[in-house]
Design a protein around this ligand. Structure first.
Ligand code: ZN
Length: 198
């Protein structure tokens, strides 16, 4: 696992039991021997605050002293870190949800105005698909998406959202097609992170 980080983020994951080792089936369908469960770090408000501040610093490297009006996160994963980042940079925080057709939307009366400056935040970026949808939604509403960020970038830096992007930790995650998975070959049960063995 290759990492880059401005604060010892992986230590926080290890301390809180959020750095899991085993045999995991990722959302992509690939299998992996390790998994970072952000929710287990973010359950501790002091760690969430630390990560929010660190992300705020990292983002400044992208947009300098520009005033950011709003942080927008896709639910659920982006909620806590988005809120902590917004606190750190003095912005408001709103979130998107998927509607019945799985389309990312702003609900609950959340609105953005033309010209509003926005950063889009997730806990983990894998392909960047969710964040890219949020960026598109906001741009269609006339907002200016200044940057995007995440605690973890599992794409090895490859995810492209069409806006400047930063992450506290960039990983090249080891993963295999199920048919080529050595852990499957060894007969080890595979688990979906956050659930019981299947
Ligand atoms: Zn496997």
């Amino acid at each position: 696992m290759v990492t880059t980080s401005v604060i010892p983020v992986l230590e926080l994951f290890q301390e809180t039991g959020a750095y899991l080792k085993g045999h995991f089936r990722l959302t992509s369908g690939l299998h992996s021997p390790e998994y970072l469960q952000c929710a287990l770090v973010l359950q501790h408000p002091r760690h969430a605050e630390t990560l929010g501040k660190a992300l705020g610093e990292g983002l400044k490297g992208l947009y300098g002293e520009r005033k950011i009006d709003t942080v927008v996160s896709p639910a659920m994963g982006g909620l806590i870190i988005g809120h902590e980042l917004a606190r750190a940079i003095g912005a408001r925080h709103i979130f998107t949800e998927r509607d019945d057709e799985r389309k990312m939307t702003l609900r609950r009366g959340f609105q953005v105005q033309p010209g509003e400056t926005i950063v889009v935040i997730e806990d983990v970026i894998t392909t960047g698909g969710s964040s890219a949808e949020v960026v598109e939604l906001l741009q269609a509403a006339g907002a200016e998406v200044v940057a995007a960020g995440s605690i973890i970038d599992r794409s090895g830096g490859r995810a492209d959202l069409g806006v400047p992007r930063t992450a506290l930790v960039t990983l090249n995650v080891v993963s295999w097609e199920p048919a080529a998975c050595p852990l499957c070959a060894a007969g080890q049960p595979v688990v979906k992170p956050g659930s019981r063995p299947t």
